[in-house]
Design a protein around this ligand. Structure first.
Ligand code: NI
Length: 261
């Protein structure tokens, strides 16, 4: 069994983070050695989006998402909007992301409305450019769902680092949105996530690392990296009662379908 060829995609990572500056090439090489042949680097500001595009140009197997994260709240007008549009049309840009709502860190009602506006503006760009979206939803499930129902027509995407209930997941699947799972799936306190994954239609699940954050067990608490998406795939295989190569094949097919890799 050993030496089975597996082909994984880390659908959400942040190699633009300064934590990878000292050993970026080695990190990518370790990912490839672990069977992670393709990676999608998500931007969270215009600067990191631009860097993600640059890295995608430089490394084979690297793709980019471009977008402004809700924690980087700003108004998407003028130059800024123009710049995002230009970046989004670059070769190897496969998504608008990561975008969304974060009510964990933002308690101010007016600023939350600002996040909603920024989110909707970026959904609009995705629609115009026919790109899928990668969504960050932290403690903002109700508004995320409401916005996707109202403003998400014609869009496809993923609820990255899914943290909601099985019932909510059904709603997103019904809208045609995937869920993305990462390190927390391997945690003892994973709460409802294993149940969500077990109930999930297999063609609606993506795997990711969100590196450098959320390292899967046994690396929890240390820097995460794309090679560890294999540990997420192993946990998924266990929950689905399939082999690792099978879980890899299913999730890779899903990533290819959503992001047209
Ligand atoms: Ni992320």
């Amino acid at each position: 069994m050993e030496n089975q060829v597996i082909d994984l995609v880390d659908t959400h990572t942040h190699l633009t983070d300064e934590k990878f500056a000292p050993d970026l090439a080695e990190t990518i090489a370790r990912a490839k050695a672990a069977g992670v042949r393709r990676l999608i680097n998500m931007g969270d500001t215009l600067a990191s989006s631009s860097l993600a595009v640059e890295l995608a140009r430089r490394y084979e197997g690297l793709y980019a998402g471009v977008g402004i994260h809700p924690e980087e709240l700003c108004e998407l007008t003028g130059d800024r909007e123009e710049k995002l549009f230009v970046l989004a049309q670059e070769k190897k840009v496969v998504a608008i992301g990561e975008i969304g709502l974060d009510y964990h860190w933002e308690k101010d009602e007016e600023r939350r409305q600002g996040q909603q506006k920024l989110f909707i503006a970026q959904l609009d760009i995705a629609r115009q450019l026919r790109l899928p979206v990668c969504i960050h939803d932290r403690e903002a499930h109700g508004d995320t769902l409401a916005i996707l129902k109202k403003e998400g027509r014609g869009l496809r995407g993923v609820l990255h680092c899914y943290s909601g209930s099985p019932e909510l997941a059904q709603e997103f699947w019904r809208l045609g949105f995937f869920i993305g799972v990462d390190g927390p799936l391997t945690y003892k306190n994973a709460a409802k996530l294993p149940e969500v994954v077990q109930k999930a239609p297999r063609d609606m699940v993506l795997i990711e690392t969100d590196a450098p954050y959320l390292s899967p067990v046994p690396h929890r608490g240390k820097r995460n990296e794309p090679a560890y998406v294999r540990l997420v795939a192993e946990k998924l295989a266990e929950l689905w009662e399939v082999s690792l190569p099978e879980a890899a094949q299913i999730t890779t097919r899903n990533a290819e379908a959503l992001y047209r890799l």
